[in-house]
Design a binder for this molecule. Sequence first.
Ligand SMILES: [Zn+2]
Length: 359
Amino acid sequence: MDHRNNKNSHNSLYQSIRAMPKVELHRHLEGTLRLETLAEIAHEHKIELPGYDTETIRPLVQITDDDQAHSQAYLSKFAVLRGFYQSREIIERVAYEAVADAASENTIYFEMRFTPLALTKVRDFRMDDAADWVIDMVEQASREYGIDVRLIMSMNRHESVEIGQAIMEIAVDRQDRGVVGLDLAGNEADFPGVDFEPIFRKARESGLGMTIHAGEWAGPESIRLAIDVLGASRLGHGVRIIEDPDLLQETRERGIVYEVCPTSNIQSGVYGSYEQHPLKAMYQAGLLTTINTDNTSVSALNLTDELVRTVEQIGLSIDDVKQNILHAARAAFLTPGERECLIGRLTAEFAPDTHISPQ
Ligand SMILES: [Zn+2]
């Protein structure tokens, strides 16, 4: 994992958050690749790039100080990354490394999402094959590293409903192998996603969890559609709920969960700075916020970095961070028994001398 931009890796706040047991619900495999691995793949497969060292590759796949804070700059990195999935071994390797890296910073429960189409396009692999490669490798890595990992499959609203239907069927068929949810991502401003309603209804009826990217690059109307039409219980981002106090209250009462990714929002231009980011206001309003990275390598951070920033730059306390981790555990796409077990582990570690009863 690359920490070039992390100035805080040796301070005590960083160390205490790194040691804390953590939960992450929103991270994309396609934005979670080690730079060193990308350099090796590029060299081995002679991917058309200006050079094969990490510093040449970095600005092509990672946000740097030279990038404008805009969704186009953010998304342009994924366009380059799609060219790296040249073999089964590469897909297996990046899935394995993503799990290893999460475990190395004491993430104990991790829901990783991946987009089968993104992994298969360049080589025309079958999406079900690619899904199986990811599933098998994640299972192996999670066993080796002692981390509980579940998978969410993503589809893009700017791609066809037929592709979405195929991805949903692949996910439904693999529920006994750690696939727990379905996600709608992509361009929400121009493609609201209403056509995906039958796909998400079928997935919900089959027992998959529903998380939908909404209220990031479009406003509260996109959140309304995600929860009322598409049936999301969790929102990817959802930060623009802050623009609609009535809907905010409604989602609080309905227990909608927010997968907030502050750095991603700043890099893609949704907010100008951490100080302007609404995470703290959302949390203080009683929303079920969780804190996530979205894409660790694109953003040049890990979950520890992101949690440190929420303390140092957004103004959460350490207790607030722990509450957000508990929110994430309560929102995990697990069975009730598994969820209680996870919450019990966290509360025991967060307050070893007291007994906090899980709500
Ligand atoms: Zn996302």
